[in-house]
Design a protein around this ligand. Structure first.
Ligand SMILES: [Ca+2]
Length: 144
């Protein structure tokens, strides 16, 4: 469980900083920036129904410890990732899986991270939906 002091130690990465990150995705890469533009009425989405192998990745440009990711899909409430994992990497080549989980059927997906240092982060979608895209209206990233 989290100690109060640990929660208080979590700091959101400022939006102007996340806007400067290099973003890549398995699908619809041209829309990645919509996930960090500070607007909940714009989104990145897969333009395809959810299946295993979809991912969304960011390069922060330097290493830092990450505590949490929050994926907001409240503009299209059923577009949360059905099953996901998170990988960290310090070089963009070797990836280390740090989280794997089935989502909580909520438009807001809170992902607790191990606070290890990383430069790259990748969110992998493993589930399947017959009729829903995977969408991220806004990605919030918390460091310490
Ligand atoms: Ca947006």
């Amino acid at each position: 469980m989290w100690q109060t002091s640990e929660i208080l130690a979590m700091v959101p990465v400022p939006r102007k900083e996340t806007k400067s990150w290099a973003l890549t995705a398995s699908d619809n890469q041209g829309r990645c920036r919509a996930a960090v533009d500070g607007r909940t009425d714009s989104r990145w989405d897969t333009q395809a129904t959810q299946h295993d192998g979809m991912w969304f990745a960011f390069d922060m440009g330097h290493e830092r410890p990450l505590r949490s990711l929050v994926l907001d899909s409240s503009g299209s409430t059923s577009d949360y990732p059905r099953e996901y994992s998170v990988d960290f990497s310090t070089d963009g080549t070797q990836w280390n899986q740090v989280v794997t989980k089935t989502a909580d059927s909520d438009a807001i997906t809170d992902i607790v991270l191990p606070a290890e240092k990383t430069r790259y982060g990748r969110i992998n979608q493993h589930g399947r939906s017959p009729d829903r895209f995977w969408s991220i209206d806004e990605l919030e990233v918390y460091t310490q």
